[in-house]
Each structure stands twice: as structure tokens, then as C-alpha cells.
Ligand binder design. Structure first.
Ligand code: KG4
Ligand code: ZN
Length: 342
């Protein structure tokens, strides 16, 4: 079975083709990505209307490229999977519209996939895939969640952010420091040259006793610190970046370890854009090695949005029998869509 995946929920157009044979883990045959970062940079963030228009320009050329690379044609595709939500409504509509039009034209069924389920299952594309059950730390630009995952579609929310997501904390702090968009990678690069103990920043909800996160206060503390520094900000920027990153990473680390203790599980999966953060990875690796916990990540280039995770999640849902693809080509998108409602 060949599954074509289309991702267009935000600022990257991602297309991929996976092969799923029987119950074996699906295999990635080819994938292609176009990031809109350069286009949105001039505005300091994603402009939804520009994002939608760019997805329209990219989606078919990328599809052709992926099929060519995999030495297949559109007629070989058995199911077209697309991101149905959550994300920007206009951007989602492009992927959903193209997927359903392709399905209708080819007479092949289509499948709407949850973007976060894509992130969650993306480590199954790595050379060291996890096994169920595990605790998942899902940290992207819009979501910060700890989940208990017992199988495909069996997700129990353990805790989530009550305000900003971890990626948002990176992005907003970076913006305050004049580091541009997207802030996460820029802030973490600068942090490598700074002292993480230079500034005392709050660790929100660290000792709350539950598994929820809150990052809005951290952003305010960074802003206050930046104002206090005034003209000295430029010289101390790396220290402030390192201190901000240290605060976010410590909270994510402690809460993940608490989730593992509470569930008694011995496996952690980290997914979503913030999962690319080097400091988070090295600290988690060290703590988990000590505690005898296995940690799994997606390949670095599949941490942020991509089509491979959507094709993969679609294929795994089909294999698990959880969802039938449909030949009803009328579509809707779900800009807001809680993962544990699946
Ligand atoms: O998963 P993703 O690509 O998109 C969403 O579904 O939101 O995540 C994007 C987020 C952004 O907030 C970005 O700043 C953050 O992931 N990010 C990072 C790093 N790479 C991406 N944050 C910290 N360190 C990184 N290396
Ligand atoms: Zn994402």
C-alpha cells in the first residue's frame, strides 16, 4: 500500500510517500519540503494569507518531485493522507482541497490526519523506532503536552500548557531580544555562547505537583530583564538567551521525568519542533541514561513540520484499522482539534 502525505498546516509545505506492507512498520520512500521562513521573515511571523497562497504554489511541484524520486506515478498511490488540523484554516484548506481533488480524480480514497499525531508518530521513521507504550513529550510552536501513549490512537493527556507553548516561549523571548523569526533555533544557537546561570528566571509550575506547563510568565520575566539591561542588552544577549533556554529545558525535563515516574513507563518519546533543541536533547539523554529510561526522537530534520510524518501517521492508522479512508470527497478542516479527542 502506498500512502501519499500532504502537510500544509502552517508555514511549510511537506509531501511524502510511504509504503506500508502488512503489519510491518511503514517505510519512507521519498519526501520533499518547502519552508516559507524566508517569506515570512520580513513580517516577523507567519502571515496566514501569504502562507495559504504559497502552499498553493508549492504543493503540486513538490508532489511531482516526490513521485519522481520514489520512481512511482500518481496512479500507484493507494491512499492520499492530508493534515486536517489543527493549524491555520486557510493553509489547511489548501492541503485538504488538493488531497481530495487528487483522490476524486484518481478514484482513490483519502484520509484526514491529525497534525500532532503526525509529530507523535514521527519517531517511528527513525533508525531506532520506539515500542508502545511510552510517555510522549509533544513540544511544538502551538502545543506543549505530556501524553501516555498505549498504541496508535490510544492517547491519554497527562498534562498540557495552560497558556503559551514551549515553542512560543522560545519564539516570543527571541523576538524580545531582536532575534527574528522563527526564534527557537536562533535563540538556541546564541545560547551556546552564554551562561545559563547568568540570570535567575522563573521555572513556572515546576513544583505545582501536576504535569501542566505555563510559559507566559517566563516571557514577561525575559522582557523585564531585557528592559533592565537597557544598553547592556546587546553585550549580555547570549547570557539572557542561555538563561531563557535553561528555564524552559529544566521545566520540560522535570515534568517529563515526573510523568515517567507516575505512569511507571520506561520509555520517553520527544516530538515537535522544540524536540530539535540540542540542550533539551543532551540533558534528557543524560538524566534518562541515569534512570534507565530509553529516549526516542524523530530524525533531526523530521522534528519540525514535514509531509513524512503525515504519510506515516496515515499509514499507521490504516494498519491499526482505526480509520477507514473515504471516497466521500467533501472535506472540512479542524483549525482547533484536541489530540485526545481522536
Ligand atoms: O512542530 P513545529 O515545526 O510546528 C508546529 O507544529 O508548531 O514547531 C515549531 C516550533 C517553533 O516554535 C520553533 O521556534 C521551535 O519549534 N523550534 C525550536 C528549535 N527548532 C524549532 N525551539 C528550540 N530549539 C530549536 N532548535
Ligand atoms: Zn507541527
Amino acid at each position: 500500500m502506498l500512502v501519499l502525505g500532504i502537510e500544509s498546516s502552517c508555514d511549510e509545505t511537506g509531501i511524502a510517500l510511504v509504503r506500508a506492507d502488512g503489519a510491518a512498520l511503514p517505510m519512507l520512500l521519498a519526501h520533499a519540503l518547502h519552508s516559507q521562513i524566508e517569506m515570512h521573515q520580513a513580517y516577523g511571523g507567519v502571515v496566514p494569507e501569504l502562507a495559504s497562497r504559497d502552499h498553493i504554489r508549492r504543493v503540486l511541484p513538490l508532489t511531482r518531485q516526490v513521485l519522481e524520486e520514489a520512481a512511482h506515478t500518481l496512479q500507484d498511490v493507494d491512499v492520499v493522507a492530508y493534515t486536517r488540523g489543527p493549524g491555520l484554516a486557510g493553509a489547511l484548506l489548501v492541503g485538504a482541497g488538493v488531497a481530495c481533488a487528487l483522490g476524486a480524480a484518481l478514484g482513490k480514497p483519502v484520509l484526514g490526519v491529525h497534525h500532532l499525531e503526525g509529530h507523535l508518530l514521527s519517531p517511528f521513521l527513525s533508525a531506532d523506532p520506539p515500542e508502545f507504550p511510552f510517555v510522549a513529550l509533544l513540544v511544538s510552536g502551538g502545543h506543549s503536552q505530556l501524553m501516555r501513549v498505549d498504541g496508535v490512537g490510544r492517547y491519554e493527556m497527562l498534562g498540557e500548557t495552560i497558556d503559551d507553548a514551549a515553542g512560543e516561549a522560545f519564539d516570543k523571548s527571541a523576538k524580545l531580544m531582536g532575534l527574528g523569526y522563527p526564534g527557537g533555533p536562533a535563540l538556541s544557537r546564541l545560547a551556546e555562547q552564554g551562561d545559563p546561570a547568568a540570570f535567575k528566571l522563573p521555572r513556572p509550575l515546576l513544583h505545582s505537583g501536576n504535569l501542566d506547563f505555563s510559559f507566559a510568565g517566563l516571557k514577561t520575566a525575559v522582557m523585564t530583564q531585557a528592559k533592565k539591561l537597557g544598553d547592556d542588552l546587546e553585550a549580555r544577549k547570549a547570557d539572557l538567551a542561555a538563561s531563557t533556554q535553561a528555564a524552559i529545558v529544566e521545566v520540560l525535563l522535570k515534568k517529563s521525568m515526573t510523568a515517567l515516574q507516575r505512569t511507571g513507563l520506561r520509555r520517553l518519546v520527544v516530538a515537535g519542533g522544540v524536540g530539535a533543541n540540542k540542550s533539551l536533547r543532551s540533558q534528557l539523554n543524560a538524566v534518562c541514561a541515569k534512570a534507565g529510561i530509553r529516549v526516542h526522537y524523530p530524525e533531526l530534520h523530521l522534528c519540525t513540520d514535514n509531509g513524512a510524518m503525515i504519510a506515516m501517521a496515515g499509514a499507521m492508522r490504516l494498519q491499526s484499522g482505526l480509520q477507514e479512508p473515504t471516497r466521500a470527497y467533501a472535506f472540512d478542516v479542524k483549525p482547533r482539534w484536541p489530540l485526545d479527542s481522536l
